[in-house]
Design a protein around this ligand. Structure first.
Ligand SMILES: Cc1ncc(COP(=O)(O)O)c(C=O)c1O
Length: 426
């Protein structure tokens, strides 16, 4: 479709947008009595209006039932988390048995590294990308140190090329090949938090397996944003948080994926807890740990019911809109954003900002990162003064992430006008 940089055109896109009606189901943050242009769903997704009732329902259940709520009410708490694999399967491209919602991303990653980082002889290297999120780096480092593996020699960070701000897929694939039989694990983001780049998860997994290593993904910025086929891609494991594109609320319960081929044979060693124990054994308070089958066997504790109630209310939108439609909506919105940004660049003499994110088809999701120049912090502040909510970093790179469930083309157009105005004022 041929885009136009005009308010009427943006409005016409909103009129034809099959997801338009969902915006009214979300609270849009207000600054100075006006709605913000909230392009920060990659940080904290917005609150769906049904969430407060869902939480109140569970508080009422607690008041009415006490311990009996474990087994009664609409969502008997002891079984509540079992509802979620079915809801998340289309979003993750995984079998239900491969999914569990539990704890939070970093804790889930630690639990899975315990099972999947198995340094053995020469094979002890871990490969990560440049600008992997600190949590993933710290988690990997802790497991390497716990295993007595030196970080200097064995933690391989695949860098960027001169003048680029993201790690190319092909460079990751070559680094995997080069590490060969010294490689134990590849841990990459599905979508990099800084650049917004989508990695080729299938090719990276294939390369890791060819080298005889395992492959896991930090899916914080991928889940609910881009299509995933974790099962078919043969990914060994993945972890995610639910407070970004899944709109599960600040500090929401996260989740983990383990490929079903790891369920064959004797259970993988793991850090165990009561809630991961096979129900019969767990409830009979047997001493020997027999895990629940599937990913559920990594659970430790009774799930946080209030957080589950928020996530359930939020996931209803993914079910009713259909995840494929949400992905398509996100693609169209970010294409329009790129069009507007390129239009500004075309019409300005200097290069007032740079697009950091790779812009090819399938190379990005909702988030487009921009380098705003040496006075980027000032521009960021001016955007905020104009009610534009985005997130950024000290190196003047900002992340702009219009989200298809609650953002509009009109907002993208207005963002472009505000940005242009700020750039001209400089
Ligand atoms: C890529 C990535 N991984 C991990 C995290 C944080 O994980 P947790 O929810 O455990 O703090 C974030 C948070 O923004 C992230 O962007």
């Amino acid at each position: 479709m041929k885009f136009e940089n005009s308010l009427d055109f943006a409005k016409s896109l909103d009129k034809d947008n099959p997801l338009s009606s969902y915006r009214d189901d979300f609270y849009i943050p207000i600054l100075n009595d006006k709605e913000t242009i909230y392009f920060a769903g990659n940080g904290i997704g917005l609150q769906p209006k049904g969430v407060q009732d869902a939480v109140l329902d569970e508080l009422e259940n607690w008041a009415s039932y006490g311990v009996i709520g474990m087994e009664s009410g609409k969502n008997p708490w002891v079984h509540y988390s079992k509802k979620f694999p079915e809801k998340l399967a289309p979003i993750l491209g995984a079998a239900q048995s491969e999914i569990v919602v539990m704890d939070q991303l970093t804790a889930d990653l630690h639990l899975l590294l315990t099972s999947f980082y198995k340094p053995d002889g020469r094979r002890k290297k871990v490969l990560i990308e440049w600008k992997a999120f600190p949590s993933a780096v710290y988690a990997v480092q802790s497991h390497m140190l716990l295993a007595g593996v030196s970080l200097e020699e064995n933690l391989v960070e695949v860098g960027t090329r001169e003048g680029e701000r993201y790690t190319r897929n092909e460079d990751i694939l070559s680094a995997i090949e080069a590490a060969g039989d010294e490689l134990a694990l590849v841990l990459i983001s599905g979508v990099n938090y800084y650049s917004g780049q989508v990695f080729d998860m299938q090719a990276i997994t294939e390369a890791a397996h060819k080298a005889g290593a395992l492959c896991g993904f930090d899916l914080a910025h991928a889940v609910g944003n881009v299509p995933l086929r974790l099962h078919d891609w043969n990914v060994d494991f993945g972890v995610w948080c639910s407070y970004k594109y899944l709109n599960g609320g600040p500090g929401a319960i996260g989740g983990l994926f383990v490929h079903e081929r790891h369920f064959k044979g004797s259970p993988l060693p793991r850090l165990a807890g009561f809630f991961g124990a096979d129900e019969k054994a767990g409830y009979q308070f047997k001493k020997d740990f027999i895990p629940k089958s599937g990913a559920a066997g990594w659970q430790l504790t009774v799930p946080p019911v209030l957080s589950l109630s928020v996530l359930e209310a939020s996931l209803e939108f993914f079910e009713s809109a259909g995840f494929d439609n949400i992905v398509e909506g996100g693609k169209r919105l970010s294409s329009y954003l790129l069009f507007i940004l390129n239009d500004i660049l075309k019409n300005t003499q200097s290069k007032p900002f740079e697009i950091v994110t790779p812009t090819g088809e399938g190379d990005h999701g909702c988030q487009i990162s921009l380098y705003l120049g040496a006075d980027g912090k000032h521009k960021f502040d001016m955007l905020r003064n104009n009610r534009v909510i985005i997130t950024g970093f000290p190196d003047h790179v900002v992340r702009v992430a219009p989200v298809p469930l609650y953002n509009t083309y009109e907002e993208v157009f207005l963002f472009g006008k505000i940005l242009e105005h700020i750039l001209i004022a400089h």
